[in-house]
Design a protein around this ligand. Structure first.
Ligand code: AMP
Ligand code: ZN
Length: 493
């Protein structure tokens, strides 16, 4: 490999060579979902983007600890510390316990990500599982006089922080503190703040607020940004390598996280590389639950939505998303999905063909150069669209070798096969759904043949042979069930 991995760091606004704090270990924290509704395709895009990053770092040999949280308390309807808790509100509307809402939508989230073939993170901590740690971080920041109590709530003192920390607040998002102060409307609860730019570390629970915990300041709940500061430092240390999330989280969420971590842990930057994934849009507008401009993964998989002409499989949708760089916006449309479906089918057909090619004595193609180009694309801030362009060059090579216009010797052919597998399946995380369906059909046919043979043996009273078939299948975890209508089979997993 010629070049090393470079990543675009939002904090420095530059592409930087990726050098982990403690090679070969990499600590990566990604803000997870607020589990109050079904995960939409926009959310899925961000998690697919970080899945590629996780997969590629692992492919390069790094030992990645990937922490992705579940926000199950503290995320209010409005970013300015007011409104109802999103989960409590849904619980009230659906007449369920807040934890029933959390359970329902966490399961939905896991199911959707599994459909997209995302790998699970190493740790998936929850906000409610870390209330004690959050209270202690608030106490710590208070003791350093960078926060204050007001009417049972604790607010971060942005001005005091800026004086002590070199005007750091606003550096990640590029916001100017003076604008922040003058642009912030005077909303509910803002009167408790010394300064409109201050943000809540802990909020006093009003009498109707259901999700509440005891604290030194009375009953309340943590501010939304607290959980990520606490859980990232608990599992990855006071300084770690990568922090990710969608672009829309840069401000206020990530800006506040940095301020909290520094206030509590000292001047060092808590995160070496800040990575932000761009938005999925629908009709040119950000896909978002709150505006109703949204498509759910299941609607795509079933085709059950007016915006779609047909159903699209999870791998086609994943492939569609990877055709854009994770830092570019991507607009979802039926036409673009149809084009992705064709492209994906072509790529899968070529990978199948590649495994059947016959090697020749000489190679007419420079496979090493092709491999270098693929790695260069990934090393350039995980540039999946360029990688996919190179994969289509491989499709051309495979088709030309197949008809004898080009040739590959056995070493090069093996390299091509191995690397196609690495890039398409291990790193891009795609799956050959058609091959999977073909395999399922083949298994069905084989099973029907065996059941028929066993039936014939029984008719001839050859009980020994009939039992042999049943016993041998049972060793493969396949059970046969004789019913009035015939014999059913089941593969026990
Ligand atoms: P939330 O559940 O709203 O906290 O969002 C979970 C993740 O999805 C966050 O990283 C968001 O930045 C991300 N996200 C939300 N909307 C979109 C969108 N339209 N496109 C891409 N990512 C999104
Ligand atoms: Zn977060």
């Amino acid at each position: 490999m010629k070049d090393s991995l470079k990543v675009y760091n939002t904090l420095t606004r530059k592409k930087e060579i990726f050098e982990p704090l403690q090679t070969p270990h990499v600590g990566m924290y990604v803000c997870g979902p607020t589990v109050y509704s079904e995960v939409h395709l926009g959310n899925s895009r961000t998690f697919i983007s970080f899945d590629i990053i996780y997969r590629y770092l692992s492919h390069l040999g790094y030992k990645v600890r990937y922490v992705r949280n579940i926000t199950d308390a503290g995320h209010l309807e409005n970013d300015t510390d007011e409104g109802e808790d999103k989960i409590s509100k849904k619980a009230r509307l659906e007449e369920l316990e807040p934890m029933e809402i959390v359970q329902k939508y966490t399961l939905d989230f896991h199911h959707v990500l599994q459909m997209f073939n995302n790998l699970p993170p190493s740790i998936e901590p929850t906000a409610t599982g870390h209330i004690i740690e959050q209270i202690s971080m608030v106490e710590d920041i208070l003791s350093k006089k960078l926060a204050y109590e007001s009417n049972g709530s604790i607010y971060f003192d942005v001005e005091a922080f800026n004086q002590e920390f070199n005007n750091d607040y606003g550096k990640l998002s590029g916001r100017n503190i003076e604008d922040l102060i003058s642009n912030t409307r005077n909303l509910d609860g803002q009167g408790e703040k010394h300064n409109p730019a201050d943000f809540a570390l802990w909020k006093k629970a009003s009498s109707e607020h259901i999700m509440r915990w005891k604290s030194p300041w009375g009953e309340g709940f943590p501010g939304w940004h607290m959980e990520c500061s606490v859980m990232s430092s608990k599992y990855l240390g006071k300084q770690f390598d990568i922090h990710g999330g969608g672009m829309d989280l840069k401000f206020p969420h990530h800006e506040c996280e940095i301020a909290q971590n520094k206030a509590s842990n000292g001047k060092q930057d808590p995160v070496k590389y800040w990575l932000h994934a761009n938005m999925l849009t629908l009709n040119g507008q950000k896909m978002s639950k709150s505006t109703g401009n949204t498509l759910l993964p299941n609607e795509l998989f079933s085709g059950d939505n007016d915006k779609l002409s047909k159903a699209f499989s999870p791998m086609v949708v994943r492939f569609f998303m990877l055709q854009a760089h994770y830092r570019s916006t991507l607009d979802l449309s039926d036409t673009a999905l149809q084009a992705a479906e064709k492209g994906f089918a072509k790529l899968m057909a070529a990978t199948e063909l590649a495994s059947k090619l016959t090697p020749q004595p000489e190679s007419s193609v420079n496979i090493e150069e092709w491999i270098d180009n693929c790695y260069s694309a990934l090393n350039d801030d995980f540039n999946t669209p360029i990688l996919i362009a190179h994969l289509f060059e491989a499709v051309k090579i495979i088709n030309s070798v197949n008809v004898g216009l080009e040739s590959l010797n056995s070493g090069d052919l093996k390299k091509l096969q191995v690397k196609l597998n690495n890039f398409i399946f291990d790193i891009l995380g795609l799956k050959n759904e058609a091959a999977q369906n073909d395999n399922d059909e083949l298994l069905n046919d084989v099973m029907n043949t065996l059941i028929e043979l066993r039936q014939q043996a029984k008719q001839k009273k050859d009980w020994a042979f009939a039992d042999l078939i049943r016993n041998e299948l049972s060793k493969l975890n396949i059970s046969l069930k004789d019913t009035k209508k015939g014999t059913d089979w089941e593969l026990e997993k």
